[in-house]
Design a protein around this ligand. Sequence first.
Ligand code: UDP
Length: 481
Amino acid sequence: MVTSKPHAALLASPGMGHLIPMVELGKRLLTHHGLHVTIFVVTTDSAATTSQILQQTSNLTSLNIIHVPPIDVSDKLPPNPPLAIRILLTMLESLPFVRSSILSTTNLPPPSALIVDMFGLAAFPMARDLGMLIYVYFATSAWFSAVTLYFPAMDKKLIESHAENHEPLMVPGCEAVLFEDTLEPFLSPGGEMYEGYLTAAKEIVTADGILMNTWQDLEPAATKAVREDGILGRFTKGPVHAVGPLVRTVETKPEDGKDAVLRWLDGQPADSVIYVSFGSGGTMSEDQMREVALGLELSQQRFVWVVRPPCEGDASGSFFDVANGGGDVAALNYLPEGFVKRTEGVGVVVPMWAPQAEILGHPATGGFVTHCGWNSVLESVLNGVPMVAWPLYAEQKMNAFMLSEELGVAVRVAEEGGGVVRGEQVAELVRRVMVDKEGVGMRKKVKELKLSGEKALTKFGSSHHSLCEMSKDCEVHVQGS
Ligand code: UDP
């Protein structure tokens, strides 16, 4: 039986880098494909930034947003647990609420599909029990998706050789993963992380469909490799769809409602400002921050730098803190003495959280020093901004490889002995993007990618077509049938 308008429930895991792409997917399904959409937002606290992001989507009154009551799992975790474990447990604890909300849906048809990200796999049994289709949304590249989908079929000996002899990890149809760029679970085959990732990958391939926030022309080989008729297709139960680039769109605000940093950008020449930010969680040591500050001064370029209090040894240290928003300019005492004063007029330091989508979309922004989180990468590309790739954790090194080696839209930070990247290198890379001829070439390439990304989302584009297919599958599937 075909129902007129299917209903998809989206489960967003904690963290802005997870919430933002899920909200964008929801908006797209609603506005371009006519689905009813409910987004369950899972947070660990009453996150201020989360509310802000959601407020920006509130013009879409028909987007049904349900806040799962804040979940605190700290008493169930060992001291300093890995970030992924904390997120996974939080997601697990959210399920009773999600289930009862789905069951008590009255104003909309019962959802026929559940879309989760890699942290929401614990919802599979619930979705199956309720007769819903299950989609896993990789808010990242087709290359990373391919590595994950292929993982259960990989020969463990190859991974051991990758870990021990530092040989590249071969993925059929895709670029091999260099040891220097590899994912943490592959570093200790048979270890806890490895087994956890393997279990997750085995579960993911059983989903009714896979969605990826990328587009065919950006990653033709990897997209082909993971598609149903592709090289890896036989490993997934359902079709694999490239549906991106889905990034935050910004609304022009009236002058008095504008953020101070955007007003400052208004007064700067076109393409003259380098934006420096390490995502929603990226945190650096005090030594490293001192070198970034030095590098910015040496580069003699205008800048906007989003800063967080330093954190030794945990590059994702602010992941849960930034969502609480705020940050006191006066408390920038962790920056080198006199830095803020010396750079007055040339640069702006923004504590904790900046309106990134608006900054990257501003004509004055000409380059982006980024940790290569996939949302940041897409936002930069879609605004035609070349990058300095400075990966910190998760799959960011693979993203950095793609940007610098394959696509030619970024220069990459080279790791230095002692783990601290020196200011001289920072300055050199910033100037290569902002001043040198090399930067002009990168800007041209990134603008071509921007056009190709926009094309993928048009009515006849590949990503639009993919979401049409997915929506059709939801339409013919009736909950519980
Ligand atoms: N972001 C922002 N302001 C900030 C830091 C991050 O708006 O000060 C947004 C950014 O635009 C992106 C998301 O948060 O949409 C971060 O996602 P990404 O995948 O780049 O990195 P993650 O935070 O997941 O490491």
